[in-house]
Design a protein around this ligand. Structure first.
Ligand SMILES: Nc1nc2c(ncn2[C@@H]2O[C@H](COP(=O)(O)OP(=O)(O)OP(=O)(O)O)[C@@H](O)[C@H]2O)c(=O)[nH]1
Ligand SMILES: [Mg+2]
Length: 298
C-alpha cells in the first residue's frame, strides 16, 4: 500500500478494485462519464450506505458528490471533499501547480490540433463568462490566454502547453449576441467536431456565470455534452460578486442551476465555485484537474 500526500489530505493508495470506471476505460480512452443524461433512477440518499457518523443531511450531500476512481463511498470523510465543491479528492490527485505554460497553436478544426497525444482539458462557456480570466488565474499570468477585445471574435481552438505535459485548451465562447447566425452555425459544427473527435480530451470545464440566473443556452450546452458522453466539470465563475447587478445573488443562482442539473443528469457532475478576482477555488480546481489527468494517463 502506498501513501500519497497531496495538498489537502493524505490518502492510502490501494490497488484499484475493478470498477465501472475501469471497465469503461477499456472501451474508450475517456473516463468520468458522469454526465450521462438521466435514463435510470438517480442515486438517492436512501440508496447510499448508512453509517452512524453522518447525518441525513450529510448523507444527501453525499448523494450528489463526485466520487473519483479509487475511492470507496464507505470510506469517505469530509476532508476528502474539496471546499466549495462537490468533488472528492482521490488517490489520483497529485502534483497540480503550473510551473510553465506556452502557447502552442490555434487550430481551425479538430484535425489541425496538436498530434502528440498529450491529455487536454478544454475551457468552454458563454462569451464573457470569464474563460480567459480563469486561464490567466490558473497559470498566474496576465495575458496568457490571448484575449480579444471583441467578445465572440475568436473562432479558433487555442492550445496552451502546461509543464510540457498537458494542454489547457481555450475554446471560442458561445452565445454572443452580435455574432451572425452564420457564424453561430459554423461555431457549432466546428466546436462539436472537436468534442466528438478529440481522443485526448480528458474533460471539459463548462464555465457558468454565477452572477446571473440559469441560462437556457448553458443548460442546452450541458445537455448536449451529457448526451454525447463528454466528461464535464461545472466551474461557477464570478463568485466574488456577492451582489448581482440585477436579480438574485450568486449562491441562489448556483442553487437554481444545480437543481436543474440534478433533474437532468443521472449522476451529478463535478462542480466548483471560483473567482478569478479573489482566486477562490483556484488551487482546488487545479487539484481536481490533476486527478482527472493522472487517471487518464493510467
Ligand atoms: N468580478 C469578476 N469579474 C470577472 C471574473 N472573471 C471574469 N470577470 C470579468 O468578466 C469579463 C469577461 O471576462 P473574460 O475572461 O474576458 O471572458 P471570456 O469568457 O474570455 O469572454 P470571451 O473571450 O468574449 O468569450 C471581464 O470584464 C472580466 O474582468 C470574476 O471571477 N469575477
Ligand atoms: Mg476570452
Amino acid at each position: 500500500m502506498l501513501i500519497l500526500r497531496c495538498r489537502f489530505i493524505t490518502i492510502n493508495l490501494t490497488p484499484l478494485q475493478p470498477s465501472h470506471f475501469q471497465s469503461h476505460k477499456l472501451h474508450t480512452t475517456r473516463f468520468f462519464r458522469t454526465p450521462n443524461l438521466i435514463s435510470t433512477p438517480r442515486i438517492t440518499s436512501s440508496s447510499l450506505p448508512t453509517t452512524r457518523s453522518i447525518s441525513d443531511e450529510a448523507r444527501f450531500a453525499r448523494s450528489v458528490l463526485f466520487i473519483p476512481p479509487g475511492v470507496e463511498i464507505e470510506e469517505l470523510t469530509d476532508d476528502m471533499v474539496l471546499p466549495g465543491s462537490n468533488i472528492v479528492i482521490g488517490p489520483f490527485a497529485g502534483h497540480s501547480q503550473i510551473k510553465q505554460v506556452e502557447f502552442v497553436k490555434s487550430s481551425a478544426r479538430a484535425r489541425d490540433c496538436p498530434k502528440d497525444d498529450l491529455p487536454e482539458i478544454a475551457i468552454l462557456g458563454r462569451s464573457n463568462v470569464g474563460k480567459s480570466s480563469l486561464i490567466n488565474c490558473l497559470v498566474r499570468k496576465k495575458e496568457v490566454a490571448l484575449t480579444s477585445k471583441k467578445p465572440g471574435k475568436t473562432q479558433l481552438i487555442n492550445h496552451f502547453l502546461v509543464n510540457k505535459s498537458w494542454y489547457i485548451v481555450d475554446l471560442p465562447g458561445y452565445g454572443f449576441a452580435k455574432v451572425s447566425d452564420a457564424a453561430k452555425t459554423d461555431w457549432s459544427a466546428f466546436t462539436k467536431g472537436y468534442f466528438l473527435n478529440r481522443d485526448t480530451l480528458v474533460c471539459v470545464l463548462l464555465l457558468i456565470d454565477a452572477s446571473v440566473p440559469p441560462q437556457k443556452i448553458d443548460l442546452d450546452c450541458a445537455n448536449w455534452l451529457g448526451r454525447n458522453n463528454v466528461p464535464l466539470t461545472f466551474v461557477f465563475t464570478k463568485c466574488d460578486k456577492m451582489k448581482a447587478a440585477k436579480g438574485k445573488r450568486p449562491d441562489e443562482n448556483i442553487k437554481a442551476f444545480q437543481q436543474i442539473i440534478r433533474e437532468n443528469f443521472k449522476q451529478h457532475p463535478p462542480w466548483i465555485l471560483t473567482s478569478s478576482v479573489s482566486g477562490l477555488g483556484r488551487d482546488e480546481l487545479l487539484l481536481h484537474m490533476s486527478q482527472l489527468r493522472n487517471y487518464w494517463d493510467q
